[in-house]
Design a protein around this ligand. Structure first.
Ligand code: CA2
Length: 145
């Protein structure tokens, strides 16, 4: 089993820490990437940290993960609530999938309450801020044989 983990981020998450800090906090995506890399070193995981505003790019990365990764931590952004295509790609991935949302989507607009991704996710972390990514990595490390 590989120790490679993909951390995937969907649309607009490149703006993290630069807008709406009351919802998403002050950490930038670069801060999150740094923290995930450091934790990966501690846990013995190789972390590939990626962000795209394009649905097809995220799907291509999930296909790459099929070949080489044992886990995916994914914050699909707004694609969470719309994308059957990302769900289909994740259904073709055999490893562990952890879905992360920085904000508590259940305390927000009703259109954020449904997630296509949750139909595949092995675990879901919601409303724990950017710490959710690290919790996802810890869960994947704990599940490794
Ligand atoms: O809470 C989350 O992590 C979300 O996945 C974030 C998505 C949102 O559409 C989901 O419903 C919940 C939005 C990501 C946009 O991130 C921004 C960060 C800073 C400024 C503007 C957008």
């Amino acid at each position: 089993m590989s120790n490679f983990v993909y951390v995937l981020n969907g649309p607009n998450l490149n703006l993290l820490g630069k807008r709406q800090p009351e919802i998403y906090g002050h950490e930038t995506l670069a801060d999150v990437e740094r923290d995930c890399g450091a934790l990966g070193d501690e846990l013995g995981l190789r972390v590939r940290f990626l962000q795209s505003n394009w649905e097809g790019q995220i799907i291509d990365w999930i296909h790459e993960a099929r070949e080489e990764a044992s886990g995916i931590v994914i914050n699909p952004g707004a694609f969470t609530h719309t994308s059957v295509a990302i769900l289909d790609a994740l259904n073709a991935f055999e490893g562990t999938v952890i879905e992360v949302h920085i904000s508590n989507v259940h305390r927000r607009e009703s259109f954020r309450h449904h997630s296509y991704i949750s139909l595949r996710a092995d675990g879901i972390i919601v409303g724990c801020g950017t710490l959710g990514y690290q919790l996802g990595l810890r869960r994947i490390a704990a599940m490794a044989p």
